[in-house]
Design a protein around this ligand. Structure first.
Ligand code: ATP
Ligand code: MG
Length: 298
């Protein structure tokens, strides 16, 4: 039985605690410690999720080792089951979000009648969770405090977050990585409808940093249970299940975050473990016996 850890204390380098990971700055390298913290609506919840950190790291390493032939990334090596060594980069303050399905904030805007989103015209008549003809890039700013805002290429260049060549290179990298992730996920009966990436510079070299698609940074659906027109919360291996539970509990991101009931903790834990095990081919999604939000809040 592994210990549940909310906060690490490695007594090395300079510590910066993110919402989920503790990052130790060692100069040219970082140590990233994966805790069992979980966040939703940009708030860290008071409840820890057993095994979350360990499986978040496993999935992170799984992707970084495989995708480095598509685009270079910061991963160097595993220190222990919660800690990895990575190359420190100068982060570009943009979140590169790629979407292939109409869901989340994109669906919210579309369902309110918007047809031109992020400079892309979408056809009428699309349903919730419907697959888009092409993957689209919907980047946002990355800010230390507060919520991230959509940003266009023009604005990003104007704000000097990147120059034109860097933007073009990262747009291409995000789409190439999307193709790679999509192909790999399909082999395991999974869909990655959208995800968020970060990039940075080491000297003149552009590399992928932060994390690849995981329970926390992407949506992960099952091909077997996918139904267009519907919410995909029950069979998802991502954070949307937790967000929906919190909404049912009346928490939408402001005020004091509530403790999670143990049934919710168990279901979130299953999804964190499952995101790795199903992606790595170690188990099938049906063997997770996932409950729906309705099963819990009867
Ligand atoms: N190789 C790297 N070089 C520099 N910074 C990195 C690198 N990899 C990750 N980071 C940064 O380390 C932090 C990881 O922490 P985490 O994502 O858990 O926290 P967070 O609260 O989500 O913070 P943020 O909102 O900044 O992402 C992020 O700020 C991320 O941008
Ligand atoms: Mg982050």
């Amino acid at each position: 039985m592994s210990e549940v850890i909310g906060y690490s204390d490695l007594k090395i380098g300079k510590l910066r605690r993110g919402k989920v990971r503790d990052v130790y700055d060692l100069g040219e390298e970082l140590l990233i410690f994966h805790t069992d913290r979980v966040s939703a609506f940009d708030v860290v919840l008071p409840t820890l999720i057993p095994h979350k950190g360990e499986y978040l790291q496993k999935l992170t390493v799984f992707w970084f080792e495989r995708s480095k032939s598509v685009f270079p990334n910061h991963f160097i090596s595993i220190v222990d089951n919660r800690t990895i060594r990575v190359r420190k980069a100068k982060r570009i303050d943009i979140e590169w979000i790629v979407r292939k399905y109409l869901y989340g904030s994109l669906w919210r805007e579309y369902s309110q009648g918007k047809r031109e989103l992020y400079g892309i015209k979408l056809p009428s008549g699309l349903r919730k969770a419907e697959e888009l003809p092409e993957p689209i890039l919907t980047p946002t700013t990355k800010v230390e405090k507060g919520h991230d805002e959509p940003i266009t290429k023009h604005e990003a260049i104007e704000l000097r977050l990147v120059d034109k060549d860097t933007w073009d290179a990262l747009e291409e990298a995000s789409l190439k990585l999307f193709e790679f992730y999509e192909e790999e996920a399909k082999k395991r009966g999974l869909i990655i409808p959208d995800f968020k990436l970060e990039f940075g510079f080491i000297g003149d070299e552009l590399i992928q940093i932060d994390e690849p698609p995981t329970h926390d940074s992407a949506r992960i659906w099952s091909l077997k249970y996918y139904k267009v027109g519907e919410s995909q919360e029950q069979h998802c291996l991502d954070k949307e299940f937790l967000r929906e539970c919190l909404r049912r509990m009346g928490f939408h991101g402001s005020g004091v975050a509530p403790e999670l009931p143990k049934e919710v903790v168990k279901e979130v834990e299953k999804r964190c473990i499952g995101a790795y095990k199903v992606m790595a081919g170690e188990m099938k999604i049906e063997d997770l016996n996932l409950l729906s939000v309705d099963d819990i809040f009867k």
